[in-house]
Design a protein around this ligand. Structure first.
Ligand code: EPU
Length: 329
């Protein structure tokens, strides 16, 4: 079994027969899940996803599961496999654009407290995939451990940060990871030393098929005051250089190390460009904000317009950094 955890970025248009067969698979899986999973596990149908993303757009998930244990997660994976249901792992939805038709398949969220623990022992910080990055940064600071200060202002959870090797303020998630704990598509738990896990700019390819359960970080002992000052400095930089309206963070990957996408779009005069309530932020041009009533289709249209401008005016092919999933309405 090797079900990818990421849905294709391209929406699919199923035939009527395929759509009917899918609806039946979903109904059967929903029934199986209710029988097999413990009562503490949340199992829902047609769960709206807009409120589970920071951009606040997108349609519902056919199935939404919040497992309460490793076993419950493994059982959900097994049912998805048996019923051939596509899987998608949702973090805090802070780097995600769900299309207006929502997600055809099973959306898994590790938001249950079982997956959100943070433990400190010596220089080691052990955190679950559902732990908030901000909480990890603050727990480490309290214990006088540096190295994860940059987590302070990232609005995501650890699982998402591991999957995309999230970075900010010149640091990357995997810089301080010592050990990764993950679940294979067949429900097997693996504990891997970080050296055995290849990572790239904004990606950890293993986590396209495996689910991150958590990680051990090796913190650097430091003066708690020094760590606090560093976090404050990061936070200040963020508040002055990034918008606070709903967004999914940076829309595009930086096309070159010396050419940040934000600067490029700014130079192209795109700040303030709008499609409906989707707008290129006038604070940081690589953030596309939702002014209130934007739909996913507005954001997608704005992304296309901006890519076209970058291509036509500078010959640069911009690649999205935000993860785009689901079906059109
Ligand atoms: N800039 C402009 N105009 C703008 C935006 C930026 O001229 O509208 C200039 C800035 O003045 C600066 C340069 O572009 O000289 C780079 O900007 P910034 O320091 O904000 O960094 P970035 O490369 O745009 C990256 C990450 C962010 C992360 C920041 C802070 C990517 C795609 N983005 O942004 O990550 O928060 O560094 O460290 O690598 C995200 O992943 O969602 C994200 C926001």
């Amino acid at each position: 079994m090797n079900t990818p955890l990421r849905l294709s970025q391209e929406p699919v248009s199923p035939t009527i027969e395929a759509a009917a067969a899918h609806a039946e698979d979903i109904s059967n899986a929903f029934r199986d899940l209710q029988i097999v999973l413990p009562p503490e596990t949340i199992v829902r149908r047609d769960e709206p996803l807009a409120r589970r993303t920071t951009l606040r757009v997108g349609g519902p998930a056919d199935l939404f599961i919040e497992p309460s244990s490793d076993n419950a997660l493994a059982s959900a994976l097994e049912i998805a496999h048996l019923r051939s249901i596509p899987l998608f792992l949702l973090g805090r939805g802070s780097n995600l654009l769900v299309r207006d038709g929502g997600i055809r398949g099973m959306v898994l969220s590790l938001a249950h407290p079982h997956f959100s623990r943070i433990e400190l022992k010596g220089q080691r910080i052990t955190a679950g995939a559902g732990a908030r990055l901000k909480s990890i940064a603050h727990e480490a600071r309290r214990a006088g451990l540096g190295g994860v200060e940059f987590f302070e202002g990232i609005p995501g959870c650890l699982g998402g940060a591991l999957r995309m090797n999230a970075g900010a303020m010149g640091a990357w998630t995997f810089d301080t990871v010592e050990e990764l704990r993950c679940m294979s598509p067949s429900g097997q738990i693996l504990t891997l030393p970080a050296q055995e896990v290849p990572v790239e700019y904004r990606a950890c390819p293993l986590l396209r098929t495996h689910i991150a359960l958590g990680a051990v970080f090796r913190g650097r002992p430091d003066d708690a005051e020094v760590i606090r000052a560093k976090m404050e400095q990061f936070s200040k930089k963020r508040w002055t250089s990034q918008p606070n309206q709903p967004s999914a963070g940076c829309t595009f990957k930086n096309p070159q190390p010396t050419l940040p996408a934000g600067r490029l779009l700014d130079e192209l005069g795109l700040k303030g460009a709008r499609v409906g309530d989707a707008m290129v932020s006038d604070v940081h041009a690589n953030f596309f904000v939702n002014l209130g009533q934007a739909r996913a289709s507005d954001i997608l249209e704005l992304i296309e317009q901006v890519r076209t401008r970058a291509r036509e005016l500078r010959g640069i092919e911009l690649e999205t950094e935000v993860e785009i999933v689901g079906e059109d309405a």
